[in-house]
Design a protein around this ligand. Structure first.
Ligand SMILES: [Zn+2]
Length: 67
């Protein structure tokens, strides 16, 4: 394993410390989650099927735990 530079910032998705490689996220997973959220929000608007920000965050936390 190579050492990963750690930033003194928190991942906006799961709250873990973000790393330089995936700034401002802590991992590719969180970056993908954010990208997916952004895209979904762009394509799907005003439906009850869209998870709230809180649900997204919860989902991210759960998936991060499983890693
Ligand atoms: Zn994260």
């Amino acid at each position: 394993m190579t050492q990963t530079p750690i930033l003194n910032k928190k991942c906006p998705i799961c709250g873990k410390q973000s790393i330089l490689e995936y700034h401002p996220f802590c991992s590719k997973k969180c970056a993908d989650i954010d990208l997916g959220r952004w895209l979904k929000g762009d394509y799907v608007m005003h439906t009850n099927e869209v998870p709230t920000d809180e649900e997204w965050a919860q989902e991210a936390i759960e998936s991060a735990k499983n890693e």
